[in-house]
Structure formats: structure tokens, C-alpha cells
Ligand binder design. Structure first.
Ligand code: DGT
Ligand code: CA
Ligand code: CA
Ligand code: ZN
Length: 578
């Protein structure tokens, strides 16, 4: 079994979580979390580095001790230390931290007072009203736990896109390398670039189905073979991801790709169009049903284009196939021309070691330039959120000078003077206006008081927008995929308020945020509100996360013009003026 970077990171994060619940020293806990982040964002496979005998202590935040642990994980697939902690406590305790309203202190209380060690026991305790009586918890938290467990059971089995990618892309390469195999593609929600995937649907062209399937079930990542037929097989990967492989003939490839890309609702719309025309569409092609069934003629099937063409439609990008009006738009010739990675000219959120980032200003600038960015906003946090040593006003002044100096030195990239300023509970900002005025770009964000009522949350944010220095609202709902739901807010009102004031919203490209989501992106576009796609990179490698943002933007129908940072800095600067 190969060990992926995310496996190593998962183990370190779990160690950190459990140590934190046990009340271990904060520095020790943070060391594991930093190491997890370093590993999960490496551009290389850490297993290969171990195999090639490279010095892991050269990686940021990895000392002798952690290097040894990485080696242990790569070689054995496990970490003895984690097993020991799990024996002392329970592996489920770490998972409980992902339940809304539960931090290490509270999990510790629930564990110690009620002897709760599994999610099921947690649910029971909450249902029986036992949580509300615990010190520091109360009825509100109990209710939140129950609601969140509800949401969880619906999401539990989905895999985040970035995690799926790490497994899927090597599988596709493997299948493409086999004899007698033509095109290979991942269909389903993966091809539609959804933020999470339920299972993976892979298609391959071959005349030698059985042979291909027999190689597939032997693939190194396969833990369990659920079914194995002549043209079809389902397996479970070590990570728990289910993978379906279907082997099809070339003459049906387009039909199969269309069918298995979905979405189901998009397919149903096409099927109804076929019925109206006396045709039949399935995963093998489009058929004329007027003659005897034995003589039905395949009218199209080899490519998606020829099938859409049969319905007088242009090819519809997979990201749009969610039955949100794409077929009508295609009929009218009004499909948006979707933004691509190449359209992105700058990045409008990033962090450095001055707050909670892992690279210096220069390192970030160089990395952004290497990716072809024309400008990079360095948006270290203001002081309020406390988790990191954020910037006070005087430090921001120094930062401004530093950036001006660097901009003189550097030729090919412009660093923007910026900050991610905290919105306080009452909607005021965490930094004074006289310093905000000196910046090129102010992004503002909510990092606290997530549980206000929708009205109060909306008013709080609009009040922040009232400040004429504010430009872009970062991660507008604060959701974290699979971890924290969006706070309650009236997004329509926020968007209208932003439009009136000349503010913008961010699509945060971190794969666990993707906030705004696709539906909100489309809603913004329909109102004429432009968004930024920003990586919120906390290290140089994360500057590449921009692609996840672009995927989500495409799912939200956004064209280059709808995205602010497809513009040159001169054009963007003019648009930011309020
Ligand atoms: P997922 O796996 O939950 O992230 O979502 P999908 O979209 O990948 O769905 P999945 O894996 O159940 O099925 C793959 C595609 O197969 C789906 O997008 C459309 C097609 N499909 C599945 N079931 C049906 C069905 O009952 N009717 C039609 N028309 N298409 C279906
Ligand atoms: Ca699927
Ligand atoms: Ca499937
Ligand atoms: Zn933030």
C-alpha cells in the first residue's frame, strides 16, 4: 500500500487532537499540526523522499523526532505513539473535535464526566439531555451537537476533492499505461469538479475488458474487491473511497462519458428531450426507436459533442451539468464562457510568517512570480483572532515600508499592501482607519461569534462594509467542508449591500473552504457582483490551490469578467476605488 502525504498528515493531526484533549503542552500540539501542514502541502511524495534517503529535517517544522516518525509511518503505515494514545483515550475523541461546538476542553469534559468514547455514545448522551448539565456546555451546545451529528451522517462518506485527486490521478495514469487501453477518464462528480465526491466513476476504452479489470483489482491502492465482472468492477481503496471502473467500446465512449458524468438530473433532462424527438438515449448511445427494436440504429455515441449536437446543443462543460438552467442556456446560445486557470493574473489573499503563514514575504513573492502571477496581496491577520501573532497597527506600518522596499527590488511581481482585518462582534474593525487607508486592498473577515442570529450576523457584516476602506470580504460564510457549517446569514442582503457600497466577495480557494460555494457564485453573478478567487495560501505550495477556486467558480457559471483578479493590477486598482 502506498502511503500518501495526506495519510501522514492525518496521523499527525490525530496525534495533535488527542494530545490536546489530554491537556498536553500547546507547543507540542502545535508542532504536530505544523508538521501535518508541511507534509500535506509538499509538492513531492514524502514516501519517495524517505525511500531516496533524503534529509527530512530540511522541511519546515520537521526536526529529528518528527522525521523519525514520518519514516515510521511511511515504512509501517502506522505510528506506535498514536496507538498508545488511542489506547489511553479513544480514537473517536479526535473525531468529536469536528462536531460543531466542541473544542478540546469540552470533549475532555464529556469524556471524563460521561465516559463517552464513541460518536454513537455522544449522540445518545445529547439525546438524553446529559450534555446540558456539564460544566461549561449547556443546552445550546447540546442542541448544536445534535444538529451537527445530523448533518454529519449525510456527509460522512464523501471525500474532499483534493484528497480524492491525490488518489485518482495516479490511478488514471496506471490505467492509461496498460496494454490495449485507449482513453481513460474519471466521470461522475469528480469530472463535474464538485468539492466532494461520493464515489469515483472511471471509464476506460478497451476491447479487452476482462484483462483490464483483472489488472485494476490488483492496483496497489485496492483494499477490497466488491465486484469483478467482464466490463465492470467496484473496489474500495485503502482510504475508504469506492471506485467503479467501467470498460466500454470506442463507439459508445461519448455516451458512457455523458451518462456517467451526470448529474442524474442533467441526464433526465436530456432523456426527456430524446423522448420528445422519438429517440432513446442511454450509456451506449442515442438510438432511433422508430423501427423494429432489432434494427435500432445508433445515431451517435462516440463523442459527447455529437450527442449534444443531435439535440441541437453545443457541448456543455461538465461543471455546469447540475440542472441549474444549463440546457436552456445552451438552447439560447447563452452558455457562459467559463473562467480558466490561465485567466488568473494575481492572488488576493496570502499569509506569511508575520502571522500564521510558513514562508517569508520574499519566499511567497518568488513562488507567486514563478507561477506567473502579476501581483500578490499579502494579507497577514490583524491581531484580534489571537491564534497567531497578528499585526498591530504599528507593525502594519512597518510592513507597508517593507513591501514598498521589496517592490522597488522586484521586477516581475507587484506585492500589494494589504491585511485580513477582523470584524468584531459589533461590526467594527480590528485596526484603525488611518492605517487601513494606506493599503492597496483591505480584506475583512469574520473569525469569531459564528453563532449570532442571521439578522445580527448580516447587520454585523454590513456594518463592516460601511467602512469605506473595506474592499473584499474573505471566506464569506466561514464554512469548513465536513467540519463546520456556514454561519447563518442573509447572503442575498449581503450581496446587495456589497454592490451598493462597492465591496466584493471572495471565493476562498482552500480545498476545505471553497467559500463562496458554487450556488452563491452563481447568485453573485446574477446580481452583477464580482468575486475574487484567492488562495489564502499559508505556504508557497498553497499558491497552487488557485485551481480549486477556479473549479468552484466554473461550477458557479463565472466568466473571466466576473472574477476580479483576471485583470491587470491597474484595472483592478481602479475597480477597488469606492
Ligand atoms: P457522487 O458519487 O455522490 O459524488 O455523485 P455522482 O454524480 O458521481 O453520482 P453517482 O456516482 O451515483 O453516479 C454517477 C453518474 O451516473 C451520475 O452523475 C449520473 C449517472 N446516474 C447514476 N444513477 C442514475 C440514474 O438513476 N439515472 C440517470 N439518468 N443517471 C444516473
Ligand atoms: Ca460518483
Ligand atoms: Ca458511482
Ligand atoms: Zn481568514
Amino acid at each position: 500500500m502506498p502511503i500518501y502525504n495526506s495519510d501522514v498528515a492525518d496521523i499527525f493531526n490525530e496525534v495533535a487532537d488527542l494530545l490536546e484533549i489530554e491537556g498536553a503542552n500547546q507547543y507540542r500540539v502545535r508542532a504536530y499540526r505544523n508538521a501535518a501542514r508541511t507534509i500535506s502541502t509538499l509538492s513531492r511524495n514524502v514516501s519517495d523522499m524517505v525511500e531516496e534517503g533524503e534529509d527530512l529535517t530540511e522541511l519546515r517544522g520537521i526536526g529529528e523526532d518528527l522525521a523519525g516518525k514520518i519514516e515510521e509511518i511511511v515504512k509501517s503505515g502506522d505510528l506506535k505513539q498514536l496507538e498508545e494514545i488511542e489506547q489511553r483515550t479513544s480514537p473517536a475523541l479526535a473525531k468529536m473535535l469536528d462536531v460543531a461546538g466542541l473544542g478540546p476542553k469540552r470533549v475532555q469534559t464529556i469524556y471524563e464526566e460521561l465516559d463517552v468514547t464513541t460518536m454513537e455514545e455522544l449522540r445518545e448522551a445529547a439525546e438524553q439531555g446529559k450534555i446540558r448539565d456539564l460544566h461549561g456546555l449547556g443546552e445550546k451546545t447540546e442542541k448544536k451537537i445534535l444538529e451537527d451529528l445530523e448533518r454529519w451522517s449525510a456527509e460522512e462518506d464523501r471525500t474532499r476533492r483534493d484528497v480524492a485527486e491525490e488518489r485518482v490521478e495516479p490511478l488514471l495514469s496506471f490505467l492509461r499505461s496498460l496494454d490495449n487501453v485507449g482513453r481513460v477518464e474519471a466521470a461522475g462528480s469528480y469530472r463535474r469538479k464538485k468539492e466532494t465526491v461520493g464515489d469515483l466513476d472511471v471509464l476506460a476504452i478497451s476491447d479487452a475488458g476482462e484483462e483490464v479489470i483483472s489488472r485494476f483489482v490488483e492496483y496497489e491502492d485496492v483494499e477490497e474487491v466488491v465486484s469483478q465482472g467482464e466490463t465492470r468492477s467496484t473496489v474500495v481503496f485503502k482510504s475508504g473511497l469506492h471506485v467503479d471502473l467501467r470498460v466500454v467500446e470506442e463507439s459508445s465512449y461519448g455516451a458512457a462519458l455523458l451518462y456517467f458524468t451526470g448529474s442524474k438530473q442533467h441526464n433526465i433532462t436530456l432523456r426527456n428531450m430524446a423522448l420528445d424527438r422519438g429517440l432513446k438515449i442511454n450509456e451506449y448511445g442515442v438510438w432511433d426507436t422508430t423501427g423494429e427494436s432489432s434494427e435500432q440504429k445508433q445515431l451517435a455515441g462516440e463523442t459527447e459533442e455529437e450527442i449534444y449536437d443531435l439535440f441541437d446543443l453545443p457541448w456543455i462543460p461538465p461543471e455546469l451539468r447540475e440542472d441549474r438552467g444549463e440546457v436552456e442556456a445552451a438552447q439560447k446560445g447563452e452558455l457562459p464562457s467559463l473562467v480558466t486557470l490561465d485567466d488568473i493574473r494575481g492572488d488576493l489573499q496570502s499569509h506569511t510568517t508575520t502571522s500564521d503563514g510558513r514562508a517569508s514575504l520574499e519566499e511567497m513573492a518568488q513562488a507567486a512570480q514563478a507561477l506567473g502571477r502579476e501581483y500578490l496581496a499579502v494579507t497577514d491577520h490583524s491581531a484580534y483572532i489571537g491564534v497567531t501573532q497578528g499585526l498591530e497597527a504599528d507593525e502594519l506600518e512597518e510592513r507597508i515600508e517593507e513591501i514598498e522596499r521589496l517592490n522597488e527590488e522586484m521586477q516581475d511581481i507587484i506585492l500589494l499592501k494589504s491585511v485580513e482585518v477582523d470584524v468584531m462582534e459589533d461590526g467594527s474593525l480590528d485596526l484603525p482607519d488611518d492605517v487601513l487607508e494606506k493599503l492597496d486592498l483591505v480584506i475583512f473577515a469574520v473569525h469569531s461569534h459564528f453563532d449570532l442570529s442571521a439578522d445580527r450576523q448580516t447587520e454585523r457584516i454590513i456594518r463592516a462594509m460601511d467602512n469605506p476602506n473595506c474592499n473584499v470580504m474573505a471566506h464569506p460564510t466561514a464554512r469548513q467542508i465536513g467540519k463546520r457549517p456556514a454561519y447563518e446569514v442573509d447572503m442575498g442582503r449581503l450581496m446587495d449591500a456589497a454592490l451598493e457600497r462597492g465591496c466584493f466577495l471572495e471565493l476562498n480557494a482552500q480545498p476545505d473552504r471553497l467559500d463562496l460555494d458554487d450556488v452563491y457564485c452563481k447568485m453573485a453573478k446574477e446580481r452583477g457582483l464580482k468575486v475574487t478567487i484567492s488562495t489564502d495560501a499559508h505556504g508557497t505550495e498553497e499558491l497552487k490551490f488557485i485551481r480549486f477556486g477556479v473549479y468552484q467558480a466554473r461550477r458557479g457559471w463565472l466568466s473571466p469578467d466576473d472574477v476580479l483578479n483576471t485583470r491587470s493590477w491597474d484595472d483592478l486598482e481602479a475597480l477597488l476605488k469606492r
